[in-house]
Write a protein that binds this ligand. Structure first.
Ligand code: C2E
Ligand code: CA
Ligand code: CA
Length: 618
């Protein structure tokens, strides 16, 4: 990846603030230490001078006799008594006129003439209260100085060690703070799961591109198909792993000057410096190719697909926000087109999407206000007027827009998730209408309702649907199920599939719009349906088209081989009716025989048909 997961800390100079604080502290400690040293120095000096003074006092008291009798030898012996005094350097005994009477010089013996600041003490020598001489003692200050030097040395070393450790920890703290700051800055611009740029970083990149680069570029938005389903099935941990693999693969398609971003859970964006329609097509193919490479979850190979929306820049937008908006609009259109679809932004997409959003809100309101009704289109036996059943078809009369076709609003109900609630609501409507017909003493055939696989996004949705059937007492004699080939194929696997569970309760299942979806006859036995509804596109003008006749005949034969009955949909002419009859279809449905009727009209039709049946019986 071009974008590192976390950036290295820069070699920028460390902040000087902690150093200044430490220097201040060191200066303060140093001053304190000097002050202490001076105090200690003077204290020690005073004590040494006092010792020296005491020694001088003692000698001076005994020296008067030697001075008075002028006995040099005695004077000398007296001074020699000071030899044991450790610090003494010199002792002089002088007459009052300054004449040297005796001297004791330890400095000579010890060869210590290096005294910087010797300590001196003098005491008068008294005889009968009168001064007869002067004793001057000179002592070494070496001990005093060396002690002070040791004190200063130890103090300085301690301060230096303290300074160094605090400098080191301050440096470490500053480095950690800087790293945390850089990590925060990185995280504010990136997606921590995949390391891709996030929306903010993408916006900054696009802004820069709009400002600086005159070259055309393209913004791709990708939405992984069925990622929520995958997450629910395998768990969020595996989901994260898949996202990381996909991000790595997409990154291989991106040059350093381009950008890959993750905008939401399963939505990625690629900003690339190319902008021709041709390169666009080529690139979307490459994206789908890298996604389709198997990703193994344990032993299971998964192949991802995505819907892709593309905006060409600067053609489709003039700033970063309108670019993302245009690509999002194109992506939404691609999503509506189905799995793996690619859509290039076109003017008008935004309006269409706004319409969709408006319609979604209106659908939500319609559920609350009870604006939905059911119409019923009878299904007749191909050989006469006997009614075989009926198909319930939803109708929505919007208070201001009037009737809105199910072809327009059912897909929106499906993509918005509202279809689940609408489906449950319709069961209630059907039961209400059925009760009215039964109360009128009519014989009511089983009514087929259309269900969509998107009606069951969760396992609970299936439970709710089945519970609603039980609660309303809509049993297999009252209700049949129609679902499209695609829905049936998606539901194929698993014992918990809605087909499986409905079949288990005895409901008859019809495969709707046969021929428009997978159209694989070989799959019919696996789907295990009871009826096959041949799509109107085969039936239309079938009487004029021998190939269509052969095809329908073949479908009917295979269906019958699998013990399925067949219904021809959308029969509008006598010619078409004859053709489907000749092809061997079991039942027919279409405008020729009846249009979808409201509940009351359907009741009247049932009454008429019931009457005819009793007349026939009589
Ligand atoms: P579908 O299930 O194939 O329903 C048959 C459609 O063909 C109905 O359209 C019906 O009015 C129409 N039709 C019947 N005979 C003829 C004919 O002779 N000629 C022509 N041209 N059309 C004929 P409708 O009611 O507009 O429904 C359209 C689609 O909307 C349905 O197709 C079905 O896919 C969906 N739909 C309708 N009601 C429901 C519902 O309650 N739930 C769900 N999930 N989908 C529904
Ligand atoms: Ca149908
Ligand atoms: Ca149909």
């Amino acid at each position: 990846m071009h974008t590192p997961f976390f950036p290295r800390p820069s070699k920028r100079r460390l902040s000087t603030t902690p150093n200044k604080e430490i220097a201040g502290l060191v200066a303060a400690l140093f001053s304190l230490m000097l002050l202490l040293a001076v105090v200690q120095f003077h204290g020690l000096k005073a004590s040494m001078l006092s010792d020296l003074g005491a020694a001088a006092e003692l000698i001076a008291q005994n020296a008067s006799h030697a001075i008075v009798i002028e006995d040099d030898t005695e004077a000398h012996e007296l001074l020699s008594a000071l030899a044991r005094s450790k610090n003494l350097l010199k002792a002089r005994l002088e007459s009052p006129d300054g004449r040297l009477l005796a001297v004791y010089d330890k400095g000579h013996q010890a060869e210590r003439c290096d005294e910087l600041m010797p300590l001196k003490v003098s005491r008068p020598v008294l005889a009968y209260g009168k001064p007869v001489g002067q004793l001057i003692l000179t002592a070494s200050s070496h001990k005093l100085l060396s002690w002070t030097a040791v004190f200063l040395g130890i103090g300085s070393i301690s301060i230096a060690v303290a300074w160094f450790t605090s400098w080191l920890s301050a440096r470490r703290a500053a480095k950690a703070a800087r790293q945390a700051q850089q990590k925060l800055a990185w995280m504010s611009r990136h997606d921590p799961l995949t390391g891709c740029a996030n929306r903010e970083e993408l916006r900054a990149h696009l802004r820069e591109r709009f400002q600086s680069s005159p070259k055309p570029s393209a913004l791709y938005l990708l939405d992984l198909d069925d990622f929520t389903v995958f997450n629910a099935a395998y768990g969020a941990h595996q989901g994260d792993a898949i996202l990381r693999v996909i991000a790595q693969r997409l990154q291989t398609l991106v040059k350093p000057e381009d950008r890959l971003a993750r905008l939401s859970a399963d939505e990625f964006a690629l900003s690339l410096q190319h902008g021709s329609e041709h390169s666009l097509l080529e690139f979307t193919t490459r994206i789908q190719e890298v996604l389709r490479e198997p990703i193994f979850v344990g032993d299971v190979p998964l192949r991802a697909t995505a819907c892709i929306g593309v905006a060409l820049l600067p053609d489709d937008a003039n700033n970063e926000d309108s670019a993302i908006q245009a690509a999002s609009a194109a992506l939404s259109m691609a999503r509506h087109a189905g799995h793996g679809s690619v859509c290039r932004y076109e003017e008008g997409h935004d309006r269409k999407l706004r319409d969709r959003a408006d319609l979604t809100d209106a659908l939500r309101l319609a559920l609350v206000r009870g604006e939905f009704r059911l119409n019923y289109q009878p299904i007749y036996s191909v050989h006469g007027g006997r009614v075989n059943g009926a198909e319930a078809l939803i109708r929505w009369k919007h208070p201001s827009r009037g009737l809105i076709s199910p072809d327009r609003f059912v897909p929106i109900a499906e993509s918005s998730g509202l279809i689940e609630e609408i489906g449950l609501h319709l069961l209630g409507l059907l039961q209400r209408d059925r009760q009215a017909w039964l109360c009128a003493g009519l014989q009511v055939p089983p009514i087929a309702i259309n269900i969509s696989s998107l009606q069951f996004p969760k396992e609970q949705s299936k439970d709710r649907f089945l519970q609603q059937l039980s609660a309303l007492e809509l049993g297999p004699d009252a209700l049949e199920i129609e679902l499209t080939e695609r829905a049936a194929f998606e539901e194929l696997e698993g014992k918990d599939s809605i087909i499986h569970r409905l079949k288990g309760r005895g409901y008859s299942i019809s495969l709707d719009d046969f021929g428009t979806g997978y159209s694989s006859l070989s799959y019919l036995h696996r789907i295990n349906c009871d009826k096959l509804k041949i799509d109107r596109s085969f039936v239309r003008r079938m009487d004029e088209n021998p190939k269509a006749q052969q095809l329908v005949k073949a479908i009917v034969e295979v269906a019958h081989a699998f013990h399925m009955t067949t219904v021809a949909e959308g029969v509008e002419t006598e010619g078409e009716l004859n053709a489907v009859r000749n092809a061997g279809c079991t039942a027919v449905q279409g405008y020729l025989l009846d249009r979808p009727l409201d509940a009351q009209a359907f009741g009247e039709r049932l009454a008429a048909l019931n009457g005819r049946a009793s007349e026939d019986a009589a």
